[in-house]
Design a protein. Structure first.
Length: 116
């Protein structure tokens, strides 16, 4: 079976995210908003990167994930948007500054990697 460009981009990105976040990483979820419209012509993807609670800042993690997704884009020509979310917000979106966004991401989330 031939891997799609999106699958290739996700594989590249997942390795980088796992390396960069190691023990802080609680899960990675593909956000599949268009499951019923799936097409090989899709040129981008979304993921939620669930990180352990702690003294991290959203803007810093967005920048870090932006660098990782840019590297994957250069390698695969697929843009992957990555959303950093704390474990507490993932478990209870009301803890997040943007609970509607977290709920929307959860509604479309397909687990790729979850912490044991």
């Amino acid at each position: 079976m031939i891997e799609s460009k999106i699958d290739q981009a996700l594989a590249v990105l997942l390795l980088r995210v796992q390396r960069n976040y190691s023990g802080r990483l609680s899960g990675i979820y593909r956000i599949d908003r268009n499951a019923e419209l799936e097409s090989e012509d899709q040129s981008d993807a979304e993921i939620a990167v669930v990180l352990a609670d702690g003294p991290w800042q959203l803007i810093v993690e967005q920048q870090r994930l932006g660098e990782l997704t840019f590297d994957a884009l250069m390698e695969t020509e697929v843009y992957v948007r990555a959303w950093p979310i704390s474990v507490s917000s993932w478990r209870d979106p009301s803890h997040d500054e943007h609970p509607g966004l977290v709920r929307d991401l959860q509604r479309h989330a397909v687990p790729i990697m979850e912490a044991a």
